[in-house]
Design a protein around this ligand. Structure first.
Ligand code: SAM
Length: 298
């Protein structure tokens, strides 16, 4: 058989299994072996590590992951792909395929099933995937908000979303997604990927990024709820000054927001897109402090 990622193989598999690609499931299969290798190498998994893959498709990344890691668990929603994966991955005995929606999968439970790998204590947990584009952000935010105990996510997504995740203050694309992901993770670009290396070809280019989950949060917060309310409020009306965009957040009046801004040492005429994560934290703490929101210990 040709390489699994070659367009000819994908065609043969489709014909043999009478399989049709489902556009609504974001099925754009990767056909570039270098990118496959880059994703798996960047995940840096060894013989006692667990790789969790989101959306294995016909198994191109899965096979490379199985060769590198002690154990692979791949979560695929499309049941028509399950017999395909059984065939393409038959030479690996360290792959579990779960036929489920990733948004309804308890990854903490999955991780709990593999405390030991190859008879030894499990070391790392690495999440990888060429993500279905229609739910990229919900997948990332669910994993981060659920507090899944993984070390990293090495993921392919639309370049435009990757750029927003990687953006820093003072840029037009810096927003609530950048702050939320960077609160949980350090972020880096692994590779830019042109749209021509997918079958079928999507409309936009992609990128591979790596998110390393922080062991400790980068800022001290009185309340995470106040922090995210401040971030959402600020970016919800990003063209307004902070004084105006934040009025009403956590039920605060304009005067109270003015006082909180003063306490945090932030000019009320600034806009959300200029604030660093530390400044958002200072401001959220000032806002939360006025209500007596109880400390969460983080
Ligand atoms: N990993 C393969 C590759 O790189 O060629 C396929 C990637 S394709 C962009 C996305 C995959 O995610 C498809 O196989 C699709 O069926 C699957 N998928 C879509 N929605 C999903 C969901 N909610 N849960 C799990 N898998 C999903």
């Amino acid at each position: 058989m040709d390489k699994l990622y070659s367009p000819a193989t994908i065609r043969q598999i489709k014909d043999r299994h009478n399989f049709r690609l489902t556009k609504s499931l974001g099925q754009n299969f990767l056909t570039d072996g270098n990118i496959v290798d880059k994703i798996v190498e960047s995940a840096a998994a060894g013989p006692t590590d667990l790789i969790i893959e989101i959306g294995p498709g016909i198994g191109v990344l899965t096979a490379a992951a199985a060769a590198a890691a002690g154990q692979v668990v791949a979560v695929e929603i499309d049941r028509n792909l399950i017999p395909v994966l059984a065939e393409t991955l038959k030479e690996y005995d360290n792959v579990e395929i779960i036929n489920r929606d990733i948004l309804k999968t308890d990854l903490t439970e999955v991780i709990g099933n593999y405390e030991k790998i190859n008879g030894a204590e499990r070391t790392g947990v690495k999440i990888i995937g060429n993500l279905p584009y229609y739910i990229t952000t919900p997948i990332i935010m669910k994993i981060l908000e659920d507090g899944v105990k993984a070390d990293s996510l090495t993921i392919m997504l639309q370049k435009e979303v990757a750029d927003r995740i990687l953006a820093g203050p003072g840029t037009k694309i810096y927003g609530a997604l950048s702050v939320a992901v960077q609160y949980y993770c350090t972020v880096s670009l692994v590779a830019k990927v042109p749209k021509e290396v997918f079958v079928p070809q999507p409309k936009v280019d992609s990128a591979v990024i790596r998110l390393d989950l922080r062991k400790e949060k980068p800022v001290e917060l009185i309340s995470e709820e106040a922090f995210f309310a401040t971030v959402r409020g600020g970016f919800g009306q990003r063209r307004k000054t902070l004084l105006n965009s934040l009025t009403g957040v956590m039920g605060r009046t304009k005067e109270e927001i003015g006082e909180a801004l003063k306490q945090a040492g932030i000019d009320p005429r600034r806009r959300a897109e200029t604030l660093s994560i530390q400044e958002f934290a200072d401001l959220a703490n000032a806002i939360a402090g006025r209500s007596g929101v109880s400390a969460e210990g983080n």
